[in-house]
Write a protein that binds this ligand. Structure first.
Ligand SMILES: Nc1ncnc2c1ncn2[C@@H]1O[C@H](COP(=O)(O)OP(=O)(O)OP(=O)(O)O)[C@@H](O)[C@H]1O
Ligand SMILES: [Mg+2]
Length: 472
């Protein structure tokens, strides 16, 4: 990269400001001053023009005169906040009365500045506003990243197939290779897509999902590529396509097998050229987007029967990820079941419950036609139905699952490490001890032949709460 390019990039990183003032001398002065301080500056001479500009392309901060003919400063403020609830607006007022100031702050202005002002005063105010916005954004991004990055966006599994999926995620997350995820409904395709996106440190843009099955052909293209005002009846303003919203990030094309044939050609063209034309547009746009597609149908088969273009299939199938149904990786059931148990308990601010051994075996032996989603729903329902029970036994399970109780390890399954088996045993054991002691720690310690502190530590390590056993 040349120094010139670097310089341009640094300049590009500087905030984009919009000055809205009906007074030409003011626009001229502000534009010159702020450009000298390396801001990117655009101007508008009326509220209406400002709104048009911002609808077209958002700015980082708008400096808006309060008193203007037509749409005034407060009107612009209101409209900007409608377009972007985080829009940063500073109002300029020649009157500086308390009432307008209060009103503008209530309307969501960052601050106001009274004309005439010193350049220095304005620069400080801009700095403060942009810094605060950056902090808010970073915080939100961090929260999102932490939430999602923790254990691969919450993706869980220890079976061999899931372990190999984790490996693939690690391999592709920093690249922009197209990924095609296949698997039955409810196997976790969207979650895998999110894991790829949110575990990437490079891709800071958004994760934008589009369900291809939910859209008729005409809407599909305008959703994906956007449209210009007047491109078709009903296109009353310019609209940004999802592909652009995903710039720097990931576009998730869910149920890709359902995309209309006509649109397949357009999508293929985009994948080849990395360029697209909004409906009614004249100039092709370039974006840097990673595409992840998902399907619960066998796309290869769809190609054979003519429902899906072969060339598009090849373009999508660069990195294939196949998620097997849950019944083919039963060793994931216990860990998923415990995870959901904990998750629901947390969201309802309760202490997590446990499954008795036989219940866990029955869950593992069930076939789960709805896969992980069905397991998740089943457990949520169990918790609602058996709110008072700390330990769920096989008798609490739905009938069709109860029938699946068989001796442990009767089904060929991954037995897990010694440590995991020990943890499982300890939890079951302590649950039974607490139940007999009705949650009384001293009594439980006596039954178990452990010291009180030792028992207490083991109980909390196992995620159990003696209080849960008190009323039983
Ligand atoms: N390995 C997993 N770990 C944790 N949760 C999972 C896992 N797999 C799936 N889930 C959960 O199961 C539910 C279904 O997953 P997801 O929506 O990703 O499935 P899908 O394959 O996209 O299904 P569909 O084809 O019906 O859209 C979600 O709530 C998801 O969080
Ligand atoms: Mg899905």
């Amino acid at each position: 990269m040349t120094d010139l390019q670097k310089g341009e990039e640094a300049h590009e990183a500087k905030a984009r400001l919009l000055i809205v003032d009906d007074e030409e001398s003011m626009r001229y002065y502000l534009k010159r001053t702020l450009r000298r301080h390396h801001y990117q500056v655009e101007t508008a001479e009326s509220g209406e023009e400002a709104i048009r500009l911002v609808e077209e392309q958002p700015v980082d901060l708008a400096l808006v005169d309060l008193m203007m003919p037509g749409v005034d400063g407060l009107g612009v403020l209101k409209k900007f906040r409608e377009i972007d609830p985080e829009a940063l607006v500073i109002l300029m007022t020649g009157y500086g009365t308390i009432s307008t100031a209060v009103e503008s702050m209530r309307g969501g202005a960052f601050d106001y500045i009274t004309k005439p002002f010193e350049t220095e005063e304005l620069l400080l105010l801009l700095d403060r506003a942009l810094a605060q916005r950056a902090t808010l954004r970073e915080n939100r991004e961090l929260r999102e990243i932490i939430d999602n990055r923790r254990a691969y966006a919450g993706l869980i599994g220890q079976s061999r197939s899931m372990r190999s999926i984790f490996q693939t995620i690690d391999l592709v997350r920093e690249s922009t290779s197209t990924v095609l995820i296949s698997g039955e409904s409810g196997t976790g395709k969207e979650l895998v897509a999110r894991a790829i996106h949110f575990n990437s440190t490079e891709r800071r843009g958004a994760f934008v999902p589009l369900n291809c099955a939910a859209l008729p052909e005409t809407l599909f293209e305008s959703e994906l590529f956007g449209h210009r005002k007047g491109a078709f009846t009903g296109a009353s303003k310019n609209k940004l396509g999802l592909i652009e919203r995903a710039n720097g990030g990931t576009l998730f094309l869910d149920e890709i097998s359902e995309i209309p044939l006509a649109s397949q050609a357009k999508l293929l063209r985009f994948l080849q050229e990395r360029e697209f034309l909004p409906l009614g547009g004249v100039e092709a746009k370039r974006v840097d987007v990673r595409i992840i597609a998902a399907s619960n149908r066998d796309l290869g088969l769809e190609v054979e029967t003519g429902g899906f273009r072969q060339d598009l299939f090849f373009r999508l199938n660069v990195v294939p990820i196949l998620i097997p149904p849950l019944r083919e990786r039963r060793e994931d059931v216990p860990i998923l079941a415990s995870h959901f148990l904990e998750q629901f308990a947390r969201s309802r601010k309760k202490v997590a419950k446990a499954f008795a051994n036989e219940a866990m075996i029955a869950l593992s032996n069930h076939d789960w036609p709805g896969n992980v989603r069905e397991l998740e729903n089943t457990i949520e329902r169990l918790l609602v139905l058996h709110d008072e029970k700390p330990v769920l036994g096989p008798e609490d399970l739905p009938e069709q699952i109860q029938g699946k109780i068989q001796p442990r390890f009767a089904v060929k399954q991954d037995v897990g490490s010694f440590r995991e088996a020990q943890q499982l045993f300890e939890r079951d054991y302590l649950t039974e001890v607490l139940r007999q002691a009705k949650g009384n720690i001293s009594q439980a310690a006596r039954i178990a032949g452990l010291s009180r502190p030792n028992l207490h530590r083991r109980v909390s390590d196992a995620g159990l709460d003696p209080n849960d056993f008190r009323q039983v």
